[in-house]
Design a protein around this ligand. Structure first.
Ligand SMILES: Cc1cc2nc3c(=O)[nH]c(=O)nc-3n(C[C@H](O)[C@H](O)[C@H](O)COP(=O)(O)O)c2cc1C
Length: 381
């Protein structure tokens, strides 16, 4: 089967994922919060970033290799952290980590993944970043950082845009609760998706394994809600100072939309700033992330490493973010649509889609290098 003909775009992978996994899993992956206006706003704002087409640019054969935070990468894109990846597809974390290692792109493992840092770090072979939700207890925080470091995660990503839950109404409508209540509808959904169900039987029920490892008794371990509370700290600026002291590697601050906050985080020791609105899942009444990217870049100046995510679903979108000031672009849902749609073949195919789309569009705009892109931007009239 020629994947490029059957699934030429992320939207095709999304559609196949929708059919291939139970409704509650797809709703968890695909949804935003509220009426999902911010998800739409992210898309519309990306679509409003235009370039002027070129004339006679000659042969365009861009080199996508880049150095970011002292490490060489084959592409300026990577895999954003998603909690409960194993709910979307059994073994998703391992598939993504293996892909990252082979493709030399970063894979960021979530605190609330269904696999432990000890399992995933070695698979990522030095490409792994660890995303932290701050635990309420200091001893657990220190232990998690130790485990991440010892598992080979060289960079720590501290997420700052989740001060509390958001409503995520679509997840509620799909009956996805913590701990999950197995309803007749869920059982029916599992029966209708045998590949997902067989895989889940093989890999085990998706659980918050890292948080669970700090819950004392076997009995309370069965409660996802209980485990979830372990990582439910209420971090403030003092917490950031503490983490900065504890973590000697690169510290990336994720979920930044406010240019002033970005500058303050930098002053507090952030090695990189990750502009993101969490893919439209937290504060619905906030701007599209891409509209804040140039403002954050301007506030930080040209030298500070900046990442971007939220709504990126093509190579063209990667180019848009790079043109507007990002050094590195991350995608969350797209990698999980790919894995849910095509299993082990998914990440490689998405990598191909993104790379080809970037290459061909660089030719369209006549940009021989990433650095040429900004000059080809064309403000909508
Ligand atoms: C299902 C889902 C789970 C997520 N879980 C986490 C998480 O555990 N930690 C985190 O920092 N961000 C999390 N995010 C946010 C992503 O890291 C990323 O910011 C977002 O998905 C980017 O938008 P995109 O999906 O449109 O690419 C999650 C996003 C989704 C869709």
């Amino acid at each position: 089967m020629d994947l490029d003909l059957r699934y030429p775009a992320v939207s095709d992978l999304r559609e196949r994922a929708r059919r291939r996994i139970p409704h509650f899993a797809f709703e968890y992956l695909d949804s935003g919060t509220g009426a999902e206006l911010q998800v739409r706003r992210n898309r519309e704002a990306l679509d409003a970033v235009w370039f002027l087409p070129s004339a006679l640019p000659g042969r365009v054969d861009p080199d996508f290799r880049t150095t970011f935070l002292g490490q060489d990468w084959d592409r300026p894109f990577g895999i954003a952290p998603l909690g409960m990846s194993g709910l979307m597809w059994p073994g998703a974390e391992a598939l993504l980590a293996r892909h990252a290692a082979q493709a030399r792109i970063p894979y960021c493992l979530s605190t609330v993944a269904t696999r432990l840092p000890e399992e995933i770090g070695p698979l990522a072979q030095g490409t792994g970043w660890f995303q932290l939700y701050v635990p309420a207890r200091g001893d657990i925080l220190r232990d998690i950082l130790r485990r991440a470091r010892e598992s080979g995660f060289s960079k720590l990503v501290l997420t700052v845009d989740v001060p509390d839950d958001s409503r995520r109404e679509r997840q509620r409508r799909a009956n996805l609760t913590l701990p999950p209540k197995v309803t007749p509808r869920m059982v029916w959904e599992m029966l209708r998706h045998p590949a997902w169900s067989l895989g889940t039987a093989r890999f085990g029920r998706p659980r918050l394994r890292l948080a669970e490892s700090y819950v004392a008794s076997r009995k309370s371990r069965s409660s996802l809600a209980h485990a979830g509370h372990v990582i439910r700290g209420t971090p403030d600026w003092d917490t950031l100072r503490e983490i900065r002291d504890l973590w000697s590697g690169d510290l990336i601050l994720k979920g930044v939309m406010d240019p002033e906050v970005a500058v303050r985080l930098r002053a507090h020791g952030a090695d990189a700033i990750w502009v993101s609105n969490h893919g439209g899942r937290q504060l619905e009444a906030a701007p599209a992330a891409i509209t804040m990217l140039p403002k954050v870049r301007a506030a930080l100046g040209p030298e500070v490493p900046v990442l971007f995510d939220s709504g990126v679903s093509s190579g063209m979108d990667v180019l848009r973010a790079l043109a507007l000031g990002a050094d590195f672009v991350m995608l969350g849902r797209a990698w999980h649509y790919a894995v849910a749609a095509l299993g082990a073949k998914g990440p490689g195919h998405l990598h191909h889609i993104l790379t080809e789309d970037m290459r061909l569009n660089m030719a369209q705009v006549g940009a021989h290098r990433i650095a040429d892109l900004a000059a080809r931007l064309c403000p909508p009239l």
